[in-house]
Ligand binder design. Sequence first.
Ligand code: ATP
Length: 202
Amino acid sequence: MKKYGIFGGTFNPIHYGHLMICEYLKEELGLDKIIFIPTGNPPHKDLDVSARARYEMVKLAISSNPTFEITDIETNRIKLSYTVDTVRDLKKIYKDEKLFFLIGLDTLFQLKTWKKIEELSGEIEFVVALRPKYIDIEEINRELKFLRENYGTKVEIIHTPLYEISSTELRDRIKEEKSVRYLIPEEVVNYIKESGFYKDDL
Ligand code: ATP
């Protein structure tokens, strides 16, 4: 049975932290493919960059990797939906493959706030890439215990190299006209420049 990783994010913009952990987790878990899922525009986040543009940036970033794919399942939706609905839809498409939900460690700490986390926990296993800022192993173990006991979440932690960048920091760097070379793939940097993204306050 083939194994696919699914990796959701705002990707505003996508950066080498995202790409690196996906490649690394792919190897560690023996995944055949990773499917990137850019989110639709969340109502609580005032994004100046459209879902379509974030989708395009991911597409540019993964174009040279034949094991990376993208789906517009969330960016194309008119109505926002829960992650569990996306996972169920993907499981219908990939019915012969085993899917894993890949997340960064900061997302692990947000899981308990996700809508329908219990249902989602029944659908898919999570794999967490240890993210640099969060290296308090006791705190991580407490969180894992809480998720397992309360929602039956199946979750595995995998140590990945430390690449401490976030889209938020990168947007700030672009605004301050600092270089983001080697932090964001070159094709994406060019796309951002051409589109004039992240220059102004919202
Ligand atoms: P923002 O700063 O806007 O919150 P972000 O850089 O965290 O953005 P997202 O698109 O929100 O990016 O993240 C998608 C997924 O990638 C999340 O599961 C997040 O935990 C993970 N992630 C983001 N940056 C890194 C990184 N540098 N190392 C490991 N995981 C990361």
